[in-house]
Design a protein around this ligand. Structure first.
Ligand code: ADP
Ligand code: MG
Length: 711
């Protein structure tokens, strides 16, 4: 891919050139059809086949004019990746020519053979077919690679019997649920204008880059995405010289191309910088509506990988590619916005806006406290276990950073204080004429909180770097929808009586909710041991591994929650639980297999040979000096460790076989978590010590010094 010269093709021209955006639709569709599509996007209408026909024709013409030959329904199966099945536009005619065809039917519905995607028992193979349906809320785009140019149609994926087989369908339903309840609350507050509330998301994506020549010599990176062996060099991230440091030339060229590629498909990649760990980076797009943000993030991940390869590097999206330096997460910045442009989590300019803000913020706080386990489970993967609950950010305890001044206001409301000033000087008047005026700058930063208020949005920081953000957002939306529905019930039950009584009602709701759920608010340092004890005292759950975290999906109150908001049926909930546990087990199964292979077939032979050389040298030297030489000591130490490595590998093999033979899915995942994982660590610790005892040439893999510091 050539470098784009922005003096010839300005960014404004390049931006969105491969995206079938609303702007393109407005230009290419008849006015009435465009209006219909916008109404469908806003959830006001159903898509009709007639409208679909017109859009399909316009989409096809647009794609063909850009050189596309194929189209695909691009969807999110439960693997967490995206899937596509390419169909050509060509339709042969009877006289041996072809027409380029694409109908409304093909746009609305596709039928991939779904038998190989995980369904968690929802679909027997004889009814393997699933349906895909166009998701109008996320724009179609063109993908360009060696296969040519393909029109990608963001799609939801449903089984023959209408059950969701993907991550998109529940997400769309959760957005509807939240919208419905948020609008009810707004109506009760006297807002007659807002028709729809959508959630907005801006995910910050972290990743590592490594040189391809080193990557290719690491079977663990190739097969598992992380290093299962590797000892830290003398330097790690302690100098903090990488974070926001000057970007290296080679990385800069990569970032330039990454931005260009993303801009083309209409993804507003905006900030980029070095992260905390060496060779770790971050890219953040401008936030957008949730479905578009979810799709865009999948594309960002794919594009990082693709562009890195073109630059002789490999992009690592794994949550913890390297032990000893920070792992990678995805900060899910989240807010709620009305169709008439109000950010409901923006403190606002006047007392009425402030009252609304406090009410919605209180709802989020209550939701996060009540559904902490559910949110925790949305970030529960084998890879993310290396971050959450290990010695790394953020902790596995869900808490909210709300900032000093705002917390003080809520504390005062909870204590029923109706006037006066808070300690920080913020005036509060409640129940008389207005709720408090809010301090202007509420955006102080706390980097240790898993769920932080950052001025006009909440930032959920537990999400892993390689995860799809669909599930975390689905759970968050549903949790908040539930609390908002209860708030709405209370507000609607109030007799209408002007602004004062409405403010009183709001204050009462906040008081009741916050008093009960303030325990989840914590503005201090989340990385300390004191916090772990304090959280325990407060009764906040601290679930340290993904397997335990996932079991929340079997709880009756969670199943009821999803059912009430039409997001999952009981069966769908159960099937997901199974799929996630299986995925956990499979991932560790592969890692254990790779550990055994590397230990047995590469490390053991290499260090044995090295020790033998040392021993021979020692004997030769001893014959000259007639004293014991350091080579002998070293050879002995290596031989000892090699023998331990050998034994620990055998133990790992035994527990692995046990785990593999465990039938029941939860018990199996548990076995991987509690038996296989520690056994892998034991093998690793021998390997990592050995790495430091042999010469660099004798070690069979590139080390952390190569992987982390050379680019
Ligand atoms: P930091 O790294 O300090 O957390 P960044 O500026 O890198 O912050 O990222 C902030 C992210 O939050 C961006 O993706 C931005 O678009 C997003 N964001 C800003 N406002 C909102 C909002 N109202 N809703 C959702 N995301 C938002
Ligand atoms: Mg952030």
């Amino acid at each position: 891919m050539s470098v784009v010269d922005f003096t010839k093709t300005p960014v404004s021209e390049l931006y969105g050139s491969n995206c079938f955006s609303n702007a393109v639709m407005r230009e290419r569709l008849p006015k009435n059809i465009y209006k219909e599509i916008v109404a469908v996007q806003d959830g006001e209408k159903e898509l009709t086949l007639e409208v679909a026909e017109v859009v399909a024709a316009a989409m096809r013409d647009w794609a063909l004019s850009k050189g596309a030959s194929h189209y695909t329904h691009w969807f999110h199966p439960l693997t967490g990746l995206t899937a596509e099945k390419h169909d050509s536009f060509i339709a042969p005619t009877s006289d041996g020519r072809v027409l380029m065809e694409f109908s409304g039917k093909e746009l609305i519905k596709g039928e991939p053979d779904a038998s190989s995607f995980p369904s968690g028992g929802l679909r027997a193979t004889f009814e393997a077919r699933g349906y895909t349906a166009w998701d109008v809320t996320s724009p179609a785009f063109l993908k360009q690679d060696s296969t040519g140019t393909t029109l990608c149609i963001p799609t939801a994926f449903i089984s023959y019997y209408g059950q969701a087989l993907d991550k998109k369908v529940p997400l769309l339903k959760s957005i509807d649920a939240l919208s419905k309840q948020a609008v009810r609350v707004l109506r009760a507050l006297g807002n007659e204008k807002t028709k729809r509330v959508s959630t907005t998301v801006g995910p910050e994506q972290e990743y590592f880059l490594v040189d391809k020549s080193f990557y290719e010599k690491r079977p663990d990176l190739i097969l598992t995405g992380r290093t299962v062996f590797g000892s830290m060099p003398a330097k790690g991230q302690e100098m903090e010289d990488h974070y926001f440091g000057a970007i290296k030339e080679r990385v800069a060229a990569f970032m330039r191309e990454l931005n260009t590629e993303l801009w083309k498909v209409g993804i507003a990649a905006k900030t980029q910088h070095n992260e905390v760990a060496p060779n770790q980076f971050e890219i953040a797009p401008v936030f957008t509506t949730t479905t578009a943000a979810v799709d865009a993030n999948q594309l960002v991940m794919e594009t990082i990988k693709g562009v890195a390869r073109r630059h002789g590097m490999e992009g690592l999206l794994h949550e913890k590619p390297f032990a000893g330096v920070n792992g990678s997460g995805k900060h899910n910045n989240w807010s709620m916005s009305t169709d008439d442009g109000i950010n409901l989590l923006d403190p606002g300019e006047n007392p009425a806006a402030n009252a609304r803000f406090l009410l919605f913020a209180a709802a989020v706080i209550e939701a996060v406290d009540r559904y902490a386990l559910l949110l925790r489970s949305s970030a529960a993967t084998a890879a993310n276990d290396h971050r959450l609950g290990a010695n790394e950010a953020p902790p596995a305890i869900i808490s909210i950073f709300f900032g000093g001044p705002l917390t003080e206001i809520l504390d005062n409301i909870a204590e029923g204080k109706t006037g006066g000033k808070t300690e920080s000087g913020v005036e509060i008047k409640i129940g008389v004429t207005s709720l408090p005026n809010l301090p202007k700058d509420v955006s102080d930063r706390n980097r240790t909180s898993p769920f932080a208020f950052t001025g006009n949005k909440f930032e959920f920081r537990m999400v892993g770097s390689s995860q799809s953000i669909a599930t975390p957002n689905t759970y968050l939306n549903v949790a908040v929808a539930q609390v908002l529905s209860e708030f709405a019930d209370k507000l609607e039950a109030q007799p209408s009586g002007g602004a004062d009584s409405s403010n009183q009602a709001i204050a009462n709701i906040i008081k009741e909710s916050y008093s009960k759920h303030k325990k989840v608010v914590f503005n201090g340092n989340g990385y300390t041991d004191e916090w772990v004890h304090e959280a325990e005292r407060r009764g906040l759950p601290n679930v340290r591994n993904a397997v335990d975290a996932l079991s929340v999906l079997t709880r009756s109150e969670i199943i009821t929650l999803f059912k009430n908001h039409h997001v999952f049926t009981k069966e769908e909930c159960e099937s997901r639980y199974h799929i996630y546990l299986e995925k956990y087990a499979k991932q560790i199964n592969i890692e254990a297999g790779v550990t055994i292979d590397m230990a047995r077939r590469e490390i053991f032979p290499a260090v044995s040979a090295y020790a033998a050389t040392l021993a021979r040298d020692a004997a030769a030297l001893a014959s000259i000096h007639a004293v014991s030489v350091p080579q002998e000591k070293r050879a002995k130490r290596i031989a000892e460790l090699a023998s331990e490595l050998f034994d620990e590998t055998a133990k790992l093999e035994t527990v692995l076989a046990e785990a593999q033979g465990t039938e029941e899915v939860f018990a199996q995942a548990k076995a991987y978590c509690e038996k296989v994982r520690p056994a892998m660590d034991s093998v690793r610790s021998r390997g990592d010590t050995l790495e430091k005892l042999v010469s660099k040439e004798a070690w069979p893999f590139p080390g952390y010094d190569d992987l982390l510091f050379k680019l």
